[in-house]
Structure formats: C-alpha cells, structure tokens
Design a binder for this molecule. Sequence first.
Ligand code: SF4
Length: 427
Amino acid sequence: MNTPALTAITVNDIGEYIRHQSCDRRFYLKVHYDREVRPLPFFDRLLNTLEPVLSQVGKDREDQWEKELTDNGFRDLAAGLLKGKHDDVTWQDFAAELAKLPPGMPAYARQVRVQADLGAFAVSGLIDFVLVKWNADRPRLWLVECKASRRDRTYHRIQVALYRMLLQRMLVGRAVLIGGVVIPADSIECMIARIDEDRNTNQSILTLPALDLTSEEADIERLLDVGGRLDRAVALPLGDIGYRLDTKCDGCIYNVHCLTESARQRRPELLGIEPVSARLLHAAGLKTLDDLAQPAVFPPPAVEALLRNPGFDENLKLLEVRAKARRHTLPAVGSPAPAEEHDVASIPNTGVGHLPAHEGDNGRLLRVYLAVDYDYSENRIGALSAHVTRSDGRLHTRFVDTAGRWEPDPELLVTVPYVRKSLRNRG
Ligand code: SF4
C-alpha cells in the first residue's frame, strides 16, 4: 500500500505560524498557496513592501556576526561549496568538510540546508550559522539562529529547536565526524543571537549560552504529529477553519486574502470576534453581518438557544451596532444602506469616560496629541511629534475635496464654538 505523500513545509512556515498566534488559517493558506492565494487578482502587488527591507537589515546583521567569527580565527567551511547562484550549502557537503577539519581549528558555515520528515510533514530549513567550537581537544557543534530583534520571542526558539530536530533525524544511523572525533547527535547545542537592547549592537555570537529547548521540542512533536493540529488543519476546507482578525493580522502577508474574502462573504469575523463565537453564530443562522445587523423581531429558537449557551460570551445587541457600522464600509448589496447607518456608531451603555473635562476648577486642561513614527527596519521609534494645546477648541481633522478626491486636510484646525481656526503660523 502506498503511503500518502507528506506535506512539504519549511521551518519558517512553523515560525510564522507561531508568530501569528497559531493562526491555522495562515498555515493553511501557506500550504495551499497555489490553490487559494495565487488566483486572487493583484495579490502579489498588495504584498508588504517592508519585507525586502527587513530581510536586507537581517542580512546586514548576519554579515556583522560572520565578521566576528572570522576576526576570531573561524574558518569558513562553506567558502568552496557555494555553486553559482545558490547561497546555501547542503548538510551532506558541509559534513564532508567537517571531516577534513584539522583538530583545534574553529569553523563555521552560513545557510546550511537541513531536511527531514517530522510527523505528517516533510520539513526543510536553512540554519543561519553552524559553528564548530573546541573545548580542549573536544569539538562541539552549535546551531545559531540570528534575529535582527531585541526581544526573546517564542518563535525564535521554535525555529532553532526545529533545526536541531531535523539534523538529529538526518543523523540517525550516521555519526558526525569532526577532525577525527565523533560527535553524538544528542550533544548538538542551540543558541539565538539577537540585538543587545541596551547597546543597540549585535550580541556576541561567541559568548551566548546554550538553550534548553526540551519543552519547545515536545510542543513541536505534538504540533506536527500525524493527526495533530496542523495535519488536521491542512485537510479541512478553508471555510471550516476558524480565524480571528485582530492586531496580529497587521503584519501578515495574507491579510489581503482574509480581509477581502471576509468582506466578499460579509462574514461576522470582520468584527474581530473569537472563532468559537463566529462558529456559534453561524450554527444559529447568523451567518453574515447583515443577519447580525437586522435581527428578527422574534428571535428563532436557534438564536434563543445561542443566548442561553454558556460558551457564547458576545452581546447580540452590541454585535448588531458593530455589524451596522462595519457593513457600512462594504459595498452595499441589493438596496442601499439605510440612511441612519454610518461608518462610526456610538456603543450604548458604556458609562462615563475617564477623560477629564477640558475646563476644570484648576483652569483649562493642557492636552498633548502625540504622533509616533515607528522604524520597522530597526524596530524602534524613529520620530515623535506632538501638538500641545491649552486652547478651548477641539482639534479638527477634516477631509477636503482635492480634484474630485476626498483626502485628509494637512492643515491643523481647531474648532471653538461656532468658529473654526487654522493653527498655521502659530507658535
Ligand atoms: S490575516 Fe490574520 S486571520 Fe488571516 S491568515 Fe493572517 S493572521 Fe490569520
């Protein structure tokens, strides 16, 4: 009997899955890219233009780490292995060079390709650096994941743990030989090199400690197992995979798929609700924003049952208000949207706000309106600008008609009762 072909994925796919809060839909879209994503018109033109910039920043950092190694006498074992346009080396070629390494010589290779079957998946990946460090006459292998990041993130550790698991699978029944010394597969160390938060420079790749990745490896085993969460997710139809549109989607390349498809189907997920709530709404017959925005005067039994379901913690009245506002941003279906619906709606019964009054016993409030420009390539704030005012007016951000297009007015305005004043040329 033929065994079914394993699904081919990369270590990055798992890392990105974890980074996006274990979004099954993201993993599904990556695996079924040709079928689900590529046919979307203009998809590639909507891809995030920041990605190549971030990728170049990461490469520049890796060059600095490589310089640290060569400055400390490490030999580049991949130098003679790079062929033509390929800038990665296979583990097998690298292992052949390792065997020829003279005792006591520290060495490294960049972009070493590893590949093995893990559970239901055929996984491949590129290890940023493989180092050979010597302790007296004992060599040790270190796998290094480099990140142009200042924070310790779970997906960094998952990635480097995956590299080690792949390598250990590849080494079953084979030994790594370095300068005539046999290295057991279970003695390979892992580390992650990042940017030092205090000094904004690369951490030293030579002094970082080895990581204990026991729990990450157990999680990976479960995740990739036959019949595990990811194996089940890729076998489902796309419409059956729950998803939540929230802040994690800002940095996801598939948001142009999820947002447009959700809009086309007018799905309640556009309200950012939990997947379980969306599923319960669907089961109760509330399948679209329109169903939520126009509830029946006498709710059908399925909706009555939904309200009694302890697993459903949304407020239908509130969802109705939000659905009306959200669907107003979508193209109208059939008849035009009712005149009383707008893109923005006030939420009833939210109590009194915590913002202090503009005028109080101690005089008028000093207000600061802050704009933050974030530099994504360096992962830090690039500029702060503030509008500081004690005026009795309110800042007014309006749109103006520019050659037939409504655009934000760059001029700063305040509205005082019955008068609108420009702030141009005021200190
Ligand atoms: S946009 Fe959000 S919901 Fe869609 S795949 Fe990406 S992370 Fe998941």
